[in-house]
Design a protein around this ligand. Structure first.
Ligand code: AMP
Ligand code: ZN
Ligand code: FE
Ligand code: FE
Length: 286
């Protein structure tokens, strides 16, 4: 196999990590810190893929240019289909595209409103936190449940992140409010309109095969093959499905910089050749 999940035992392949979160959504590190980490890890290319936000790209750009790191415009967009939360990764799009930009601005507003509703639900359960604390955690970016979990932990309402999700924030827990519910076909269209490529993120998380095939029929350009939640069996499984439909492969670490992953940066990667294949399939700019 041309790639490894351990990253040790170098085999001469240039490496890329196309799934990284920063402070602009629910990651810990700034875009600049991620560029530095990528340099240290010897990566040739990265993509910063914040949840429903392109805010980290411009921040990372100058340092990436200075250090010779290829920065591929990226985003991880939320959508919902038949009750499933579907994450779609977009790459190589024009991140200044006005329709996409407007859409993402609206997502930011919707996410803040959703957090407010979750704060109300928590208050009814006797858990008093302020929306301002959550917005501060998100540093003006895309607000999500991980930020609420962090505030709950700071306030001593829960001992851990996972307790915050099991007790309050999980999709079957009492303070849960649904997130962005755009149809995946619309998300794929928006990425295409901005001349980008769309990939289904971490297909093993929650997506049965029947749904996966329906998502492919909506026009996905590829599947995320390498992800920390995919063992070798799943990597091969999704590669076969991608090949069946002539789809591209992508992958990355889904690094958020949380405590348990802090030192793992650079260990999950894809061969740069997959990036080259993507480039050869880019649509003509509109
Ligand atoms: P949101 O987009 O606001 O609904 O938040 C989704 C994010 O919350 C995911 O990308 C995960 O990082 C995190 N998350 C979801 N469920 C859990 C869980 N059970 N435990 C820890 N983190 C979770
Ligand atoms: Zn996240
Ligand atoms: Fe995701
Ligand atoms: Fe992610």
């Amino acid at each position: 196999m041309p790639y490894s999940l351990s990253g040790v035992g170098h085999n001469g392949f240039d490496r890329a990590d196309l799934h990284i979160h920063t402070k602009c959504s629910d990651g810990i590190f700034s875009p600049e810190e991620i560029v530095r980490k990528a340099g240290k890890a010897g990566l040739k290319a990265i993509s910063i893929t914040n949840h429903d936000s392109v805010a980290g790209i411009d921040q990372a750009k100058p340092l990436a240019q200075e250090t010779g790191l290829e920065l591929i415009p990226g985003v991880e967009m939320s959508s919902a289909y038949k009750g499933y939360d579907i994450h779609i990764l977009g790459y190589f799009f024009d991140y200044q595209h006005s329709e996409l930009k407007q859409y993402l601005d609206n997502c930011r507003r919707l996410r803040t409103e959703r957090a407010e509703r979750m704060v109300h639900k928590l208050a009814k359960m006797g858990v008093k936190i302020e929306i301002e604390q959550i917005i501060m955690k998100a540093q003006n970016g895309s607000v999500g449940r991980p930020h609420i979990a962090a505030v709950l932990q700071d306030g001593g309402f829960v001992k851990s992140f996972s307790e915050a999700f099991s007790k309050y924030l999980g999709s079957h827990s009492p303070a849960y409010v649904k997130s962005i519910e755009t149809h995946p076909e619309e998300v794929i269209r928006l990425i295409n309109e901005a001349s980008g490529l769309s990939f289904l993120a971490h297909p093993a998380q929650n997506v049965p095969d029947e749904i996966l095939r329906q998502l492919i029929s909506f026009g996905l350009d590829g599947l995320e093959i390498i992800h920390p939640s995919h063992d070798t069996y799943r990597q091969n499984y999704y590669r076969e499905i991608a090949n069946e439909y002539f789809l591209l492969f992508s992958g990355g670490s889904d690094y958020h910089g949380l405590k348990d992953q802090e030192d793992s940066f650079g260990q999950t990667w894809i061969p740069y050749e997959w990036v080259s294949k993507m480039k050869s399939r880019l649509p003509a700019p509109k």
